[in-house]
Design a binder for this molecule. Sequence first.
Ligand SMILES: [Fe+2]
Length: 327
Amino acid sequence: MSIIGIESLVYGVDDIALCTQYLKDFGLALKRSDETEAVFELAEGSSVYVRSINDSRIPNSKQVGFGVREVIWGVDTQQALTALVQSLSQDREVSVDSDGTARFFTDGGLAFGLRQFTKKPIVNAPAPTNAPGMVCRLNTPRPWRTQAIPKTINHIVFAVPDFLQETAFFQERLGFKLSDYQHNVGVYLRADGTNNHHSLLAMNASMPTPGMDGQLRFHHANFGVCDLDELMIGVNNMERAGWPKSHFGLGRHRIDSALFCYLPCPAGGEIEYGTDADYVDDTWVPREWPIPLFAYSHWVQDIPPFLVEAPAWEFRYLTDGKIPKIK
Ligand SMILES: [Fe+2]
């Protein structure tokens, strides 16, 4: 079986028109819209749907709040899809549409689906970076960008009440691979058919941070851009369009090395531009991060109060590939 990534995200929102404008300004290409939904399509062939949270097509799950209310995962072959459906059907209801999309609820209550998906090839040409003594661009300016156009959906994050139990479901029933484990924060998981460091982050819904209330909620989705310039052009343009600013600005995570900028999103939670993340394969050795803030950021533009004091350095390799029990 091979899940190759996110085929589509379905947002449940309270204002379709407002959220459609937001995602257009964010850089997603609008394919079609009417009063009941907006549909965006990315270069890789994945899609984003925006519907009313009261739309009958939004699954009636345990999840609360606005945001992504259904994730359709792309599966590489019909055989793999059939095998996943047969396995899941052993202990839960799986409905299969006329187009072959299978829908079910995870053990934790998330509305997931599976659909055969072939990613379209995409083209990116990040400009080579210069450093003193290492000239990769001579007499060649960097390309001037005017807008951000995310080409991929890199990952999705949910706050999950029993995130370790839900992690076991993702690993054992859907084949996700452990990439990293951040104590008390969450587990980073990679769909088995992709090299993205993580496709899914199961966060601890009871983490003592704002927005976490112990309930199953959408947290954020990450959209991939080419490089730092495209990321920051996107952030600048969102501010020019009058949308709320990022709380911390630009930063680089330590845990997957990615450049990030999170923006508050009217469709729920936050939306993240991402670039220059780690790509890993089955030889990757997962790590555990006992000091969550050390994992969170290598650096950040606007230091929040919780990072004023630099966190201590600590991480360990999980050479047995298993999440340790914490006392
Ligand atoms: Fe993220």
